[in-house]
Each structure stands twice: as C-alpha cells, then as structure tokens.
Ligand binder design. Structure first.
Ligand code: KG4
Ligand code: ZN
Length: 364
C-alpha cells in the first residue's frame, strides 16, 4: 500500500493505492481532494501565495482522511510518493514537507514523483469496486509502441513510448518526447478563451458544457502549425482570434446568443489541432495504441471524435483515457507512479530524502 500526496497547483490531494500483483493496474483504496477552485475564483486564476497557505491548512486533513478511508495505519504503508516537480514551488513544498515528515516519523521510503509521470500512469488506476470502470480493460491491453498524449492546463506533450508503465520515469519520458506546445497548453487555450467569454476559471469544462447545441463550424478559428513535418502545437493565435471575434460580437450585441456556437467552434479548433498532430505522430511512429491523459482528456468532444475516428488512423486498439475523476489533478495518480517506481527499487531511504527539494521546472 502506497500513500500519494499532490499539491503542485490548486488541488490538495492524498490517496492510498495498492498495486495489483502481476498487472499494470493500481487499485485506488481512497482519494481525498480539496479543490481550491472557489478560493481562486475572484482572482480569475490561481494565486500562488493563496494556494500555498490553503494547502497548509488542508494537507493534514487530506492525509488523515485518505488513511482513514482506506483503513490503513501509516506503519502499514510500503512507501510515500509525493509530487516534487513541476508546479508552484510554495504549493509543492507543503506536500513535500508533509510527505517527508511522515516518511521520517514512520521510517518509510519516499518516492519523489514528477507531476507529468503521475498523469501518464493515471490510465492504470481502477476503483475499489469489482465492476470494470470505463476504459480500464483497454489499459490492460495496450500494444507498443504507443503514443502517449499529456494534455493538461500546463502541458501539451506527445511521447512515443515503447515500454510498459514500470519504466515511465521522468528521464524515460523526456527521451520519448516527440511533440509539445510551443506556447500555450491546450488546457490554457480553453481557460483563456473561456475567460474572454466571461466563464470562471478553470474554463475548459464550461466551454465543454456550453458547446452543447452549438455549431462546430459557426466560426472558423486557426489551427496553427499545419505543416505535416511538425509535431508541435501552438495555441496562442487561437486566443487572439477568439478575443477579436468576441469583441466584435459584443459591440454588435450578439455575444449572448452566439455563446453555444462560439464554444463549439473554439472547442473544435482545439480538438482539431490536437488530433491533427496526434494522428500524424501515430502514423509517423507506427503506434499501435493511443493513451490520452490530463485535464483536457475529460473533454467530451475529444472523446467523441476519437471514438469514431481511431480505426481510420491505423491504431490497433481503441484509445485509452483515464476514468473522469483521474483526468484532473489527484493524488491517486501520484501514488500509482510511486507504486511502479517502488517495484523497480527506485526510491529514497528515510535519511536520504531530507535534502530533496521542490522544483518549478518540468525539466529533469
Ligand atoms: O491536469 P490538470 O488538472 O492540471 C494541470 O496539470 O495543468 O488540467 C487542468 C486543465 C484546465 O486547463 C481545465 O480547463 C482543463 O484541464 N479541463 C478541460 C475539461 N476539464 C478540465 N478542458 C476541456 N474540457 C473539459 N471537460
Ligand atoms: Zn496536472
């Protein structure tokens, strides 16, 4: 049993998981998350200092709740996994210090986890119930090489992956990177355009919801870097185009009635931009499976398009997404990454982990 802790941004989360022997599956025994969304709402985005102070107030309760819900005593844990990069340094330090203190007090090893490594393995999380959750059976049948797409609020990265999740360390992922965003991440494009439309932060889910009934081709927004030789993304032009269109509709008094069309068209532009490069990469690297993780993997249009298009793109298996609750930031995915690393003997002994630091950068 492994305790995971995640405080890299505005979710304060703790979780207990257990690795299912002989399988690439991790069972979630408990997950306690306090989302700071409401606290940051008046500011239109995450305020780092406010985030750290709130993590400090809630982290002990999240850890205690996760342990209690899983009916686990700290002494029964095999190790403690904690996000130490990338993210807001003040926020990361709260989770890291809590993880270190518990590991030291209980004489347990600590596994420092890269936040993206956590997202990557989130497809292998399964619930306590015996019923097969959405997508989980596909996660057991992945074929390699696979294309892994991490689409979150901070990253839009494509990886060509040849090995099973035990080996998905930060170094391995770094060496497998084949495409990334040159400016805004896909989630950031959702959030910034949503803000222009007057939706609260984070706006991805609002665009998703408000697009229902709208026409995907009502407005044309740019899909940048269309060249087939490029696997990188760029979303900053979309943000500008949406801003100009919203100002135009506002001044002609049409904005309100056009919200569903605008949302559907913005969403289509982001989904198109993502899928164009994902399909190019699948073909270029002859990928057999496709795994999509991160907050944007919760998007209904992305899931709908992939469900009908994957076979035409030469994939051997249907695309695999995490269960909805594991798309956005959570400690279960951090614990899962810790579980895989622990099995590989890749952890820090109690006395060796005290000098470990939190780092803002994603670079390893
Ligand atoms: O992975 P995540 O929780 O945090 C980061 O590591 O960045 O992703 C958060 C991002 C936000 O940009 C949010 O707007 C986006 O995921 N998101 C969505 C949806 N749900 C969350 N974007 C589009 N459609 C959704 N349904
Ligand atoms: Zn994240």
């Amino acid at each position: 049993m492994i305790l995971g802790i995640e405080t890299s941004c505005d979710e304060c989360s703790a979780s207990v998981v257990t690795h299912i022997p002989g399988q690439d599956r991790v069972r979630v025994l408990s997950l306690a998350t306090f989302s700071q969304t409401e606290i940051h709402k008046p500011f239109g985005g995450v305020v780092p200092e406010v985030a750290s102070r709130n993590h400090l107030e809630t982290i002990n309760l999240m850890i205690q709740t996760a342990l209690d819900d899983a009916k686990v005593k700290p002494k029964q844990l095999e190790c403690i996994a904690v996000t130490n990069r990338p993210g807001l340094v003040g926020a990361l330090l709260v989770g890291l210090s809590a993880g270190k203190a518990l590991a030291y007090a209980c004489n347990k090893p600590l596994v420092p986890v890269h936040h993206l490594e956590g997202h990557a393995v989130s497809v292998f999380l399964t619930d306590q119930s015996d019923s097969q959750p959405e997508g989980s059976s596909e996660a057991e049948n992945l074929e390699y090489p696979l294309l892994l797409a991490i689409v979150s609020g901070g990253h839009t990265n494509l990886y060509r992956v040849e090995k099973s999740p035990q080996f998905w360390t930060p170094d391995f992922l770094k060496s497998s990177l084949v495409g990334r965003s040159r400016d805004d991440a896909a989630g950031e494009a959702f959030d910034k355009t949503a803000k222009k439309l007057g939706f609260p932060y984070p706006g991805g889910i609002w665009i998703d919801k408000s697009s229902k009934g709208g026409k995907v081709d009502a407005f044309h927004f740019p899909r940048a870097l269309g060249q087939k030789s490029i696997l990188d993304f760029s979303f900053s032009g979309l943000k500008t185009a949406v801003s100009l269109k919203v100002d135009e509709l506002k001044s002609s008094g049409q904005l309100k009635e056009k919200i569903p069309d605008l949302c559907a068209s913005i969403q289509e532009a982001i989904v198109d931009a993502l899928l164009n490069k994902i399909y190019l990469a699948v073909q270029k690297y002859e990928c057999r499976s496709l795994v999509i993780v991160g907050g944007v993997a919760a998007n209904s249009r992305l899931r709908f398009r992939l469900a009908s298009e994957w076979q035409r793109q030469g994939l051997a298996r249907p695309p695999v997404f995490p269960q909805m609750e594991y798309c956005t930031d959570n400690a279960a995915m951090i614990a899962a990454a810790g579980a895989f690393r622990f099995r590989q003997g890749n952890f820090l002994e109690p006395l060796k982990m005290l000098s470990l630091n939190a780092l803002a950068s994603a670079e390893v």
